[in-house]
Design a protein around this ligand. Sequence first.
Ligand SMILES: [Zn+2]
Length: 70
Amino acid sequence: MPRRHSYSMRFRCPKCHRAGSAKWEEHERIALPHGGHSAILKSVSEGFRAGPQDEITCAACAARVVFGHG
Ligand SMILES: [Zn+2]
């Protein structure tokens, strides 16, 4: 039976420093061409928007929130 792990992550807008949080759900069955596990964005807190590619953008200044790059 496949198990799903969901977790939430806190982040800040790189531009206006508004704080937010996102909820993710891991899907072990999805294989990515470049390896690694895949997580699907389930929801984001108010003030942020989730895009079609699971990207998160700030609703106030439209800056894109990037994870894992510093
Ligand atoms: Zn912002």
